[in-house]
Design a binder for this molecule. Structure first.
Ligand code: COA
Length: 328
C-alpha cells in the first residue's frame, strides 16, 4: 500500500463532568401524566443530571476541560484553540469558549463556539480537525457542554423527560501519520444539513425574534423518522471516505438521544450492540455534550482503548447531522 505523510488530529486526552443532582424518571410522575415504564420503553432513559441554580454551561465545560487536561498530562497554556459546541450558552455573548479560556487560564488559545445543536460535537470535531490539518493550530480543546434543563417546558411530557445536562471534552494534537487508515487520529468527517426541516425540532425563542431564550419544541415521531436513515448514511459516507468498512469498527459512539435510535442505527450498519457505547440510560439526551461524555465514559469503563476504530454520529435541530471516523 502506498502512503503519503500527513498531519493527523490525534486524541491525547478526554474528560467529562456531570452535575451532582441526579433526577430519576420517577420524579416526573409527581407533576406529569407519565411513568418510568413509558420513558424507559420509548427512550431507554432512566435518569439524567441537572445543573444547580447558578451552575451554567461554562462551569460544566471548564470542569470537563480540566479533567481532559489532567488525562492528557498537559498544561492549559499549551492549547492553541478552544472550541465549545453548545446551544445553551451562559449568555448571548461572549462565547462559552472564551469563558472556559479564562477559567482554565489558556491564554495562548483563540476560542469560539459552534452551534449545531445535537450534531454540535461532530461539527466541532470536524472544525478542530480542519484547523489542525491546515496548520492553524497544533493543540485544540474541543468541548460539548449543555444545560438543556434551562430550555425545557416542564409541562410538556413529550420533551422534558428526554434531556439532561453535562459536558465532555477531548484534546486533539497534530501528529504525523502515514496517510493510511491505520493512522491514529481523525480519518474522515462527513457533515450535512437540511434547513427545510427546521420545524421538527427547534426552540421557540431567540435574541432577534422574541428576546427570550424560549422552550424546546419537537415533533418526536418526525425526528425519529429522519434519524436512523440519516445517521446510518452519514456513518457509511464517512467510512467510505476513510476507505473502511463497517465491520472494521471497534466502537460506534453515537449521539445519545434515544436507545431505539441507537439500536436501529447499529442494526442498519450491520453491527451488534456489544460494539456500541451506550450512556443514554444515565445521562438522557445532553445534546452536543453526549458524544464526548460517552467517549470519556467509554475510556473510564475500559471499553475504548488506544488504536480502536471509532465512528461517532449525531443528528439534531436544523436538521444538522454528521459523522466522524477516528482511530483512538
Ligand atoms: N409519558 C407518557 N406518555 C407520553 C409521554 C410521556 N413522557 N410523552 C408523550 N406521551 C404520549 C403522547 O402524548 C402520545 O399520546 P396520544 O397517543 O394520546 O397522543 C403517546 O405517548 C405516543 O406519543 P408519540 O410521540 O407518538 O410516541 P413515540 O412512540 O413516537 O415516542 C418519543 C415519543 C419522543 C420518545 C419518540 O418519538 C422519539 O424518541 N423521537 C425522537 C426524539 C429524539 O431523539 N429527539 C432528539 C434528537 S437530537
Amino acid at each position: 500500500m502506498t502512503s503519503t505523510p500527513v498531519t493527523r488530529a490525534v486524541v491525547i486526552g478526554c474528560g467529562h463532568y456531570l452535575p451532582e443532582n441526579v433526577v430519576p424518571n420517577a420524579a416526573f410522575t409527581k407533576t406529569l401524566d407519565t411513568s418510568d415504564e413509558w420513558i424507559v420503553s420509548r427512550s431507554g432513559i432512566e435518569r439524567r443530571h441537572m445543573a444547580a441554580k447558578g451552575e451554567n454551561t461554562s462551569h460544566l465545560a471548564s470542569h470537563a476541560a480540566r479533567a481532559a487536561l489532567t488525562h492528557a498530562g498537559i498544561e492549559a497554556d499549551t492549547l492553541d484553540a478552544i472550541i465549545v459546541a453548545t446551544s445553551t450558552p451562559d449568555m448571548t455573548f461572549p462565547s462559552v469558549a472564551t469563558m472556559v479560556q479564562s477559567d482554565i487560564e489558556a491564554f495562548s488559545a483563540y476560542a469560539f463556539d459552534v452551534q449545531a445543536v445535537c450534531a454540535g460535537f461532530v461539527y466541532a470535531l470536524a472544525n478542530a480537525n480542519a484547523l489542525i490539518v491546515s496548520g492553524q493550530a497544533k493543540r485544540v480543546l474541543v468541548i460539548g457542554a449543555e444545560t438543556f434543563s434551562r430550555i425545557m417546558d416542564w409541562s410538556d411530557r413529550g420533551t422534558c423527560v428526554l434531556f439532561g445536562d453535562g459536558a465532555g471534552a477531548l484534546i486533539l494534537e497534530a501528529q504525523d501519520g502515514d496517510g493510511t487508515a491505520t493512522d491514529r487520529g481523525i480519518l474522515a468527517t462527513d457533515l450535512n444539513a437540511d434547513g427545510r426541516q427546521r420545524d421538527v425540532l427547534y426552540v421557540d425563542g431567540g435574541v432577534s425574534s422574541t428576546g427570550t431564550a424560549g422552550f424546546l419544541r419537537m415533533q418526536g415521531k418526525e425526528v425519529f423518522r429522519h434519524a436512523i436513515e440519516k445517521l446510518a448514511q452519514t456513518a457509511e459516507t464517512a467510512l467510505t471516505k476513510a476507505g473502511l468498512e463497517s465491520d472494521q469498527i471497534d466502537w460506534i459512539v453515537p449521539h445519545q438521544a434515544n436507545l431505539r435510535i441507537i439500536q436501529g442505527t447499529a442494526k442498519k450498519l450491520g453491527l451488534t450492540m456489544d460494539r456500541v457505547i451506550v450512556t443514554v440510560q444515565d445521562h438522557g439526551n445532553t445534546s452536543a455534550a453526549s458524544i464526548p461524555l460517552a467517549l470519556s465514559v467509554g475510556v473510564e469503563r475500559g471499553q475504548i482503548k488506544r488504536g480502536d476504530l471509532i465512528v461517532t454520529e449525531a443528528i439534531g435541530g436544523g436538521l444538522a447531522w454528521g459523522a466522524v471516523v477516528l482511530r483512538w
